[in-house]
Every structure is written in structure tokens, then in C-alpha cells.
Design a protein around this ligand. Structure first.
Ligand code: GLN
Length: 496
């Protein structure tokens, strides 16, 4: 099949005013996210369900712990995923390999035996790490010839982000329905079918619509570097093996130690990553300056995801325990409120995309959007704190309040998440796009780990105190970011 494009992406407006390649990446990612969020929606329920009913009969803390480790591993593995793409395979091939591994993982989980979940989850985390940063890098690649200051790129990422959320919105209903109607493994199988569709779409359409995008290995590794990396990875695993070997031999081992270990790895990784990027002698002054700005982007994103991702944990539990969810005489399940966020994104993403297009160069700069997003997410937790206070007094609050919290978070998400994705592809030094995207997803991994640790304060502070403390922290961070807007715009050299 021809791998050249008749219309160069910079002039191509065939998909909602965007290059036609975006349709391929949009559809692939929509189905990948369908599989991801579909499985995630039923995972914890499966873990805690009784053995008699086909579950694994775990306690809630055990299930939440496994869920937390799994989620942060998904984002952490974007680091090797980005590296392999930049240095060994190129984005196009890495996404294919990732998609294949994810589909295999879901099908393994569909096998109705207890142990299937472990290799299944490991495969999904690994495959997602391969796919997620690199498919996003290819979206960025569609706009590399654009002459504007990134407005079309931002709009394209907003549309792409909508695809993500269409998948995220629909999947819990489908997989949840099958899981309760037929059985857990049928739900996992549905996720596998979704991923198969993603894979088929990608294989069929990528060669026709993406042209050369993502084919080149941006910065091929030498044999010597490969050997060095292999040695480092082997030493890492050997170290972990010895550490846990001693722990087990001394009889002190607890499953929590694995969580601590992985949290420590997650927290240390960005330091190593940034140091490595800055030490790279091939970076020119502009690239170096942009990466200095990126440190702030990273910190803002950590704060954002730290709060945002508690929507699936503490806010979910709040929905279950502290909201009155009656529509007429029907009480709907708390988990339904989890669909408010993706639905909000689907509704508002096109409006935001339009707004940025309309505003053109008058649109707020990236650091301004970030400061505002962190402020708004902080505000959402201040409101949560008020709800916590009312719930303490009255037992419950009306469910609509929680919808309002989620909708406020949608505004913050739209300011930060598609924008951050887009900016990561623009601020990245040449040949390091996938690695910087890995760094972007690493911010989620770090935010989630810190959020997981901080969540331990909730029983101590109570809902009102806990949400207020975190909300205030975010607002403080937003003020700090605001003081940096002008400096960051300078450091970003031409990137808006
Ligand atoms: N919800 C989005 C997705 O699944 C963003 C997640 C993230 O960047 N942490 O792609």
C-alpha cells in the first residue's frame, strides 16, 4: 500500500478540519481506551467479589492496593515505551507491538481461571506503556509542518482527547453489563474485542492515512548504548530480586512493601529522566530552555493528576456512602457518576477546540492555562470539602452536587490535559518526542502515587479537612504558577 500522502498534513483538513491521519489515531485510541476503561471499571469489583460468585474474594484494601499499583505501572511503563520508540522501533511499530500485547492481555483475562488476571494485567500495563506515549507522539507528528503557533495542533489534540473519552464513557456500560449479566470474564473478553477493533483499525488505516509519520526511528541507539541499557535494566531487576529475597528470608515481607518499592521507583524516575535530558550534549539552547519550562509543566501536571485521579477512588467512595442518588423512587448506582467526567469532556471538548481556534493567537498561553487548571481543580476540592462538611452534619448530600464537582474538574481537565499532551510534542527536543510524552504520563504516575500516599490522611482529617487541605495546596500552586507565566513564556521560545 502506498505510504505517501496525496495531501500534505499541513494543508489537509479532511477530518473535522484536521489531517485525515487524525481519524485513524482517534479511532484506534478510542477503542484502546474502551478496552482500558472497560476493564478498569470492573477490575476492583471482580477482585472483591466472593469466590462463590466468580470473584477473587479479596478484601477492599487489598483490591484498592492492586488497583493503585496497576494504574501507576501503566503510566510508569510509558517511560520504556517512549525510549524504545525513540531509539529502537519508531512510534508506528511500537504502537503496533503495544496494541498486540494489550489485546493479548485482555484475552488472557477472559480465560475463566483465577490466575489469569496476573499475566493479563502485566501485559496490559506493558502494552499500554508502549502504545500511549507513541500514538500521542504521532498525533503531534501530524502538525509538524504547520506554520501557526500550535492552535491547530491544540484543536487536533482536543478532538483526539474526545475520542479517548467516547471510549471511556461507553465502555463501563458494555463491560459492566456483560460482567454482571454473564460473568466477569465475559466483561474482560469484551475489552479484548474492543482492543482487537483498535488493532484492526490501526493495521488497516495507518498505512493509508499516516504516510511517513511515525515510521522513522528518531534517534537510533548504538549497539554500545543498547548493551549499557540492558545492563542497567538487568541490575535493576537483580537489585529488586535481592531486596525482596532478603525481605522474604527475614520473614518481614508484606505485600505493602511491593507498593512502597514501586512508589519509590515512580518518584525517583522523573529526577533521573530530567537529569538525563539536560545532560544530553545534543540539545541546543532553545531545546534546553524549553525543557526548563517543561519542569514547571511537569510539576503543575503532578498536582493536577494527584487531585483529579481521586475522582475514581475517594470521590467514588463519597458517592457511595454520602450521596442521595434518587431519581424519583429509583436509586442509581454510585459508579454511574464516574461517567460524568468523560461525558463532560465529550460535550465540552469541541467547544474548547472551537474557542482556541477562534481566539487564535489571543488564546491564553500554555502556562496560563495550566495555572488556571490547577486553580480550578483546587476549587473543586474546596467544594468537596463543603460537601464533606454537610455530609458530616446531615449524613448525605444530593448527588447533583457531586456532578457539579466533576463538571468543574472537566473544565480543569480540558485546560490542562489535551493542552499538556500537545505541548509535550512541541516542547520536546528533536528526536525525543516520545520520551517527553513518556515524561508527561510520568506526571500522572507521580501524581497518583503521591495521591495514594496522601489519601492515608483522609481518615485522620475527615472529608472536610482532607479535601480542604488538598484544595488549598493546589490553589497555592496555581498562584505560584501564575507568578511564573511570563518567565515560562520566554523559556518556551515561540511555543504558545
Ligand atoms: N483520561 C485520559 C486518558 O485516558 C488522560 C489520562 C492521563 O493523561 N493521565 O488518556
Amino acid at each position: 500500500m502506498a505510504s505517501t500522502l496525496r495531501v500534505p498534513p499541513a494543508q489537509d483538513k479532511r477530518f473535522l478540519g484536521q489531517p485525515v491521519g487524525l481519524a485513524t489515531l482517534f479511532t484506534t485510541e478510542m477503542w484502546e481506551r474502551f478496552s482500558y476503561y472497560g476493564m478498569r471499571a470492573i477490575l476492583v469489583l471482580y477482585l472483591v467479589d466472593s469466590v462463590a460468585d466468580g470473584g477473587l474474594g479479596m478484601s477492599t484494601p487489598q483490591a484498592v492496593g492492586i488497583y493503585a499499583v496497576y494504574s501507576s505501572m501503566v503510566w510508569l511503563l510509558a517511560v520504556p515505551g517512549g525510549w524504545l520508540s525513540d531509539r529502537l522501533w519508531g512510534p508506528r511499530k511500537t504502537v503496533f507491538i503495544g496494541a498486540f500485547i494489550i489485546a493479548a492481555g485482555h484475552y488472557i483475562m477472559a480465560v475463566p481461571v483465577d490466575w489469569a488476571i496476573w499475566p493479563g494485567l502485566a501485559a496490559i500495563a506493558l502494552g499500554t506503556g508502549f502504545l500511549k506515549p507513541n500514538i500521542s507522539a504521532m498525533v503531534g507528528g501530524l502538525y509538524d509542518g504547520d506554520s501557526d503557533q500550535g492552535e491547530r495542533r491544540d484543536a487536533g489534540f482536543s478532538i483526539y482527547y474526545m475520542g479517548i473519552n467516547i471510549g471511556g464513557f461507553v465502555a463501563p456500560f458494555v463491560c459492566g453489563f456483560l460482567a454482571t449479566g454473564i460473568g466477569w470474564h465475559a466483561g474482560f473478553a469484551a475489552a479484548g474485542v474492543g482492543m482487537t477493533i483498535a488493532l484492526v483499525v490501526y493495521i488497516a488505516l495507518a498505512p493509508r492515512t499516516l504516510g511517513p509519520i511515525g515510521k522513522k526511528v528518531p534517534n537510533p541507539a548504538t549497539q554500545a548504548l543498547l548493551r549499557k541499557v540492558f545492563t542497567i535494566v538487568a541490575l535493576f531487576f537483580a537489585g529488586a530480586f535481592v531486596l525482596f529475597g532478603i525481605d522474604i528470608a527475614m520473614g518481614t515481607f508484606e505485600s505493602d512493601h511491593v507498593i512502597w518499592f514501586l512508589t519509590a521507583v515512580t518518584l525517583v524516575t522523573p529526577f533521573i529522566y530530567f537529569t538525563r535530558i539536560f545532560k544530553n550534549p545534543n540539545l541546543d539552547t532553545t531545546e534546553r530552555s524549553r525543557m526548563r519550562a517543561y519542569i514547571w509543566i511537569f510539576v503543575g501536571a503532578v498536582m493536577f493528576w494527584m487531585i483529579f485521579d481521586q475522582g475514581g477512588s475517594l470521590l467514588n467512595i463519597f458517592a457511595e456512602d454520602n450521596t442521595s442518588r434518587f431519581v424519583g423512587s429509583y436509586e442509581f448506582p454510585a459508579s454511574w457518576l464516574q461517567s460524568v467526567d468523560p461525558l463532560g469532556i465529550i460535550i465540552f471538548a469541541p467547544l474548547f477546540a472551537l474557542l482556541w481556534m477562534k481566539l487564535g493567537s489571543r488564546a491564553p498561553s500554555l502556562p496560563a492555562k495550566f495555572a488556571l487548571a490547577v486553580f480550578i481543580i483546587g476549587l473543586s476540592f474546596i467544594l468537596m470539602s463543603g460537601l464533606g462538611y454537610l455530609a458530616d452534619k446531615n449524613g448525605t448530600v444530593q448527588w447533583e452536587w457531586l456532578v457539579l464537582v466533576f463538571l468543574i474538574q472537566v473544565m480543569a481537565e480540558l485546560l490542562l490535559s489535551p493542552t499538556g499532551l500537545s505541548a509535550s510534542t512541541q516542547l520536546a527536543p528533536r528526536g525525543m518526542e516520545s520520551q517527553v510524552l513518556a515524561l508527561w504520563f510520568l506526571a500522572t504516575a507521580v501524581g497518583d502515587s503521591i495521591g495514594g500516599v496522601l489519601a492515608g490522611l483522609q481518615p485522620v482529617l475527615g472529608n472536610a479537612g482532607y479535601f480542604f487541605a488538598l484544595g488549598s495546596l493546589a490553589i497555592l500552586m496555581a498562584v505560584l504558577l501564575t507568578t511564573q507565566i511570563k518567565r515560562l513564556r520566554g523559556l518556551m521560545v515561540g511555543v504558545h
